[in-house]
Design a binder for this molecule. Structure first.
Ligand code: C2E
Ligand code: MG
Ligand code: MG
Ligand code: MG
Length: 292
């Protein structure tokens, strides 16, 4: 009986693995079709100046428009795409589309905004990464000042010397670089001083409990103070509550991002959002003009 039970368990186990392998293969094939059909969409999440309240830029976040499953989150397919190498094609699409969209916003009178694009480790290490980047900027007509690249600590931890060289080239080009998900890597803080970067983004996991957990609140205060001493701009991601915003503002955080302010949205929605804000600001300007 025990033997039979064991065998059943084994059968279950292997069939689970088969399911998983099949699922991944299916997803990989679907992803290949998506790449060829460009079935992706960029959603943009506003970044706001902590003191000015102004929109200072957007983070571009990719979604896969799956024919059956609907919008799929990058958390579901970016890791797979990194394993299969499909990330290269997706990244290039993302970069080009983000640059195009910013040019379009400017051309249609919404204003000039900086766009932050997430970079995958594979993309950053590609031999012709900088050349490709130059080419995309040239083809789309976006000025390098309006592009920011978000890198994770992990990207910089492997082959640090080469990474630093690439960062210097980016700085010379005028492209801003920020460290994403800051605080989640195992790196020492001292490495920051050697990096030609402008910003860090405090990871959402610290922001989440910043008002309720004294460790998180200490970590966040420490990160902000250290970053400012190094001359870096501090962005907080994942702000969902007014209390979190207030805490971060009180401790000098420079830029806010989170559902509390705005969710990531497709370009048309972003245009509505910008129109609405312009209208509100216009009204406020009207009421502050002296009436005699
Ligand atoms: P990330 O770069 O740290 O992006 C922030 C993530 O937090 C986004 O998830 C965003 O929707 C979410 N978020 C923002 N504010 C809040 C909030 O207040 N509450 C909560 N709960 N979440 C918030 P998303 O869009 O699912 O992206 C997940 C990750 O996928 C990104 O994390 C990034 O690492 C990766 N990713 C997204 N787009 C790209 C891309 O084009 N290329 C690459 N290589 N990775 C990407
Ligand atoms: Mg990011
Ligand atoms: Mg982030
Ligand atoms: Mg994050």
């Amino acid at each position: 009986r025990a033997k039979q039970k064991g065998r059943n368990a084994w059968e279950c186990f292997t069939s689970d693995i088969n399911d998983e392998v099949n699922e991944r293969m299916a997803l990989r094939n679907d992803l290949q079709e998506a790449i060829e059909a460009e079935n992706f969409e960029l959603h943009y999440q506003p970044l706001l100046g902590a003191r000015s309240g102004q929109v200072v830029g957007f983070e571009a976040l990719v979604r896969w428009k799956h024919p059956i499953k609907g919008y799929l989150s990058p958390a579901l397919f970016i890791p797979l795409a990194e394993d299969t190498g499909q990330i290269g094609a997706i990244s290039e699409w993302v970069l080009r589309q983000a640059c195009r969209d910013m040019c379009r916003l400017a051309a249609e009178g919404y204003g000039h905004f900086r766009v932050s694009v997430n970079l995958s480790p594979l993309q950053f290490r590609r031999a012709n990464f900088l050349g490709n980047l130059q080419q995309v900027l040239q083809e789309t007509g976006l000025s390098a000042d309006y592009l920011e690249l978000e890198l994770t600590e992990g990207i910089l931890m492997t082959d640090t010397a080469a990474a630093i060289e690439t960062l210097h080239c980016l700085r010379d080009m005028g492209v801003e670089v920020s460290i994403d998900d800051f605080g989640t890597g195992f790196s020492s803080l001292s490495y920051l001083k050697q990096l030609p970067i402008g910003k860090i983004k405090i990871d959402r996991s610290f922001v989440c409990d910043v008002t309720t957990n004294r460790h998180d609140s200490a970590i966040v205060q420490g990160i902000i103070s250290m970053a400012h001493h190094l001359g870096l701009i501090v962005v907080a991601e994942g702000i969902e509550q007014a209390q979190q915003r207030d805490f971060l503002a009180a401790h000098g955080c420079d830029v806010f991002q989170g559902f509390f302010f705005a969710r990531p949205m497709p370009l048309e929605k972003l245009q509505d959002y910008l129109k609405q804000r312009a209208a509100v600001l216009g009204q406020m300007a009207d009421t502050t003009t002296p009436v005699d």
